[in-house]
Design a protein around this ligand. Sequence first.
Ligand code: MLT
Length: 266
Amino acid sequence: MKTCTVHGIKLATVDQGRGVPLVLVHGFPLDHTMWSGQIDALAEDCRVIAPDLRGFGASDVTEGTVTMAQFADDLAGLLDALEIGEPVVLCGLSMGGYVAFEFWRRHGSRLKALVLCDTRAASDSPDAAAGRLKTAETVMAEGPSSLVEAMLPKLFAETTRKRHPELIDSVRKVMLSTDPRAVAAAARGMVERADATAMLAKIACPTLVVVGRHDVISPPDEMRAIQAAIPEARLVEIDGAGHMSPLENPVEFNAAIRDFLIGLRA
Ligand code: MLT
């Protein structure tokens, strides 16, 4: 991994392969390792940039609240640090999708295309927001274990839970090792995120919407609504996968990304 100083903090990132930059933005509370089924495979087709967002993985932690706008600005700074001036394909999963919406708002001219995976355009309901703020408090007081055990069963399809318990264990390890300050800061930041529903119709770049067929956090119906609202969007549903579609079915997920990248060249 490379380490770049961006906005006064160190951000760690994978930077592998050549060609069109494909930026893979992880979900909450994870790190770049959720893209382990993509990095080597897709680096044969493009330049894969898979950072650890501020606070996560090997990147520096900042306390308080980290907004989706801050994460998006960090990504723009990271691209500068890596001397990537050409427009990128930005692929974000769940919280990574919230960051992608902010990147579109703030740095849209740097986008060649978007990939929105297992994410939501709507902001939090008052109940969801209150729940997140409570989670932030609990994680700061007791560590992330209660959050982890509440989230884990919702992340994976039934088939993954039965056939690939090792994937669940690896995600559990990442979540448990995440700094509580980073978990709390991102949870508070998600509460503050703007509703992206109204901007969907304005997204003019080619967009791929990807959803695990069994995702219960950002279900296929909700992702279909996102696709329908974006003028140039296609949707791919991934079999045998829940919220963690790239990890659960990398073969289908990578095929969808490759097809999309080929379409961008045409
Ligand atoms: C994620 O996977 O990033 C989370 O489910 C996002 C969220 O909590 O809204």
